[in-house]
Design a protein around this ligand. Structure first.
Ligand code: TLP
Length: 354
């Protein structure tokens, strides 16, 4: 039998460990829609404090957290300015249009963060014949830009543009703790000045389910209503909050190991023929690389099929390594707590052999 695959498709695949399962089993719970779950109260308080915001709301997914924020900062018919590769555009199934009547106004960028001047130029003038700009969304770290991270020097000018125009800014901080670790700062430092911030407990931090939406008390009071409207009101959710608390307390401290492993992987891939990537752009736990010209993708490729990434992923999977498809010529590896040095060595051996 083949050894179990090393799964680098995402940091969402982590398994709750024994301590987390024990905490979940023993959690004190109540009906959270009535505001009576004590474990959930603790998680929301600790989450808000960690981000330096007044309040927080637990949501079942990062997508729901983002979509609640988009809904409550805007009105139907508004445009949302964001990077062309943002998660809210690519991987949320058109939810901003479906749930909130919003139109994405996407901007290109090299590293996932459009230039402040480009953002400012896209803010619609207040005239009777143009859709209004309702919101700016920033993503940090930026998933599809390969986990790039942005410090205050990059964030502040965008917040200044928003303030000049009286616009709210939402931060998709699904991996904000990765960004903080990569930059040697705190999540609160990176979250400050945003009108709302979503971060995921269920990615590198290791919880099985859940994200937190943070903001001031008025924003979160309204967010609680929108969550219920979107079908996200949960009852004895303290079982999930108990896992979230452990993830929040213990998860950030070990992300540095994931970053180091991503760096080793990136340096190795960059040295091998057929992989296109600049290891200097790998700043956190995500490695995106081009495989369009990779010999394994070519040798096995059906000449009719225009997707060398899918061909290469199939070869990787056959060899016991799972990665994900992020375009016809690009694949993504994400390091996480369930990939240790032994597993990483197995991955390096496979990519070297292929
Ligand atoms: N990202 C997932 C996939 O949807 C691509 C992944 O495997 O990376 N914002 C960002 C920046 C994200 O990367 C994700 C998930 C989300 C939001 C949504 O979180 P969930 O999956 O909890 O809805």
């Amino acid at each position: 039998m083949r050894a179990a695959a090393v799964d680098l498709r995402s940091d969402t695949v982590t398994q709750p460990d024994a301590a987390m399962r024990r905490a979940m089993a023993g959690a004190e719970v109540g009906d959270d829609v009535y505001g009576e779950d004590p474990t959930m109260h603790r998680l929301e308080e600790e989450g808000a404090a960690a981000l330096g915001h007044e309040a927080a709301l637990f949501v079942p997914s990062g997508t729901m957290g983002n979509q609640i924020a988009l809904h409550l900062h805007t009105s139907p018919g508004c445009e949302v300015i964001c990077d062309a590769r943002s998660h809210v555009v690519h991987y949320e199934l058109g939810a901003m249009a479906v749930l909130s009547g919003l139109l994405p106004r996407v901007l290109p960028s090299d590293d996932g963060l459009p230039a402040p001047a480009a953002i400012e130029a896209r803010i619609a003038p207040e005239v009777s014949y143009r859709a209004r700009t309702g919101l700016i969304v920033v993503e940090n770290s930026h998933n599809m830009a390969g986990g790039r991270v942005f410090g205050r020097d990059r964030l502040d000018p965008i917040l200044a543009v928003a303030r000049r125009h009286g616009l709210p800014v939402h931060l998709d901080g699904a991996r904000i703790f990765n960004a903080a670790v990569a930059l040697g700062t705190t999540a609160a430092e990176l979250a400050s000045g945003f009108d709302s911030v979503m971060f995921c407990l269920s990615k590198g931090l290791g919880a099985p389910v859940g994200s937190l939406l943070c903001g001031d008390a008025a924003v979160i009071r309204e967010a609680r209503r929108v969550r219920k409207m979107f079908g996200g009101g949960m009852r004895q959710a303290g079982i999930l909050a108990a896992a979230g608390l452990l993830a929040l307390q213990e998860g950030p401290g070990r992300l540095i190991d994931d970053h180091e492993r991503a760096r080793v992987l990136a340096d190795t891939l960059a040295e091998l023929p057929g992989f296109e990537l600049d290891p200097a752009t790998v700043e956190s736990n995500i490695v995106i690389c081009g495989v369009g010209e990779h010999p394994a993708a070519h040798a096995l490729r059906d000449p009719e099929a225009a997707d060398p990434a899918a061909t290469f992923l199939a070869a990787l999977s056959e060899a016991g390594v799972l990665a994900s498809h992020v375009g016809p010529e690009h694949i993504r590896f994400v390091t996480h707590r369930d990939v240790d040095d032994v597993a990483l060595d197995a991955v390096l051996e496979v990519v070297e052999r292929l």
